[in-house]
Write a protein that binds this ligand. Structure first.
Ligand SMILES: Nc1ncnc2c1ncn2[C@@H]1O[C@H](COP(=O)(O)OP(=O)(O)O)[C@@H](O)[C@H]1O
Ligand SMILES: [Mg+2]
Length: 258
């Protein structure tokens, strides 16, 4: 239950008893959580738990078998990915969707493909307000950037359509520990500070849990815990939950879960 955290606000994103999978096979089952405007909600869990499947179902890449998804109170369960993007739900997949041969600016402009010329200019300015570094790097080829900088370009690209919710699948995949920290402790908070509700999936649970307001632990396709992050961290079975059978807390492999 996230109702206590609501304070009367309409959730930006409300996932209710969602079931989804591939073909006839359900992978995620009875998944429910909310993302409030400006909130960072983390989903952590072991490899293969169904985190990416959950996000793909939310953003309409795969169909939902049952349950529903509300965007700012509107039922968008059957809305296509493209339709969701137009409504204000952005998705940044795990694999970087940055075009290497293009410049940073060209990548950002591609993100504004739905906008008119005037709107593009405004959108670009608002992206540069959130990530001033992108303006400084505008002319650089994306190929020449570090992994962390490329992720910033991917986030900037998704921001071009001024989403109120951004869904991020393992934004630190393939990044060094230092870069991962930059992404989760600097870049993601800039999104939420701009009022965007951020739903982020991570295997690097320790890093994510230090920035998320609310966290869900997904184990074998089901939500094992959904709680304010501060509360989750206090639980005596925290380590067991996080280990979920396969040591999901990075840098914690020596912890025994007896
Ligand atoms: N395209 C697919 N078709 C069939 N099964 C899939 C597909 N993608 C993932 N799966 C299965 O769904 C389960 C959850 O995968 P995934 O959502 O990628 O987990 P996570 O992101 O938590 O690592 C795994 O058992 C995986 O094999
Ligand atoms: Mg995944």
């Amino acid at each position: 239950m996230q109702d206590e955290a609501d304070l009367g606000k309409t959730a930006a994103l409300n996932v209710v008893s969602m079931v989804a999978g591939y073909g006839e096979v359900p992978i995620v089952q009875d998944v429910s959580f909310k993302v409030l405007p400006g909130q960072i909600v983390g989903v952590v869990g072991p490899n293969g738990a169904g985190k990416s499947t959950c996000l793909k179902a939310i953003v309409g890449i795969i169909p939902k078998m049952s349950g529903s998804v509300l965007f700012e109170g509107e039922d968008v369960t059957r809305v296509s990915t493209e339709g969701l993007v137009r409504k204000g739900m952005g998705y940044v997949p795990q694999l970087n969707d940055v075009f290497g041969p293009l410049s940073v600016l060209e990548n950002l402009l591609m993100g504004g493909y739905l906008l008119g010329r005037k709107e593009v200019k405004l959108a670009l300015n608002s992206v540069f307000e959130i990530f001033p570094r992108l303006e400084e790097m505008s002319d650089r080829s994306a190929n020449k950037l570090s992994g962390g900088q490329r992720k910033m370009v991917a986030l900037g690209r998704a921001l071009m359509l001024r989403p109120r919710v951004l869904v991020l699948d393992e934004p630190t995949a393939n990044l060094s520990p230092e870069m991962s920290e930059v992404v989760l402790h600097e870049q993601v908070p800039r999104l939420s500070a701009a009022g965007v509700g951020v739903l982020v999936v991570e295997q690097k649970a320790d890093l994510l849990l230090s920035v998320a307001n609310w966290s869900c632990v997904l184990v074998a396709g089901r939500i094992a815990v959904s709680a304010p992050t501060a509360e989750l961290r206090q639980r005596s079975d925290f380590t067991d939950l996080m280990l979920g059978g396969s040591g999901v807390v990075s840098g914690n492999s020596s912890v025994s879960s007896s």
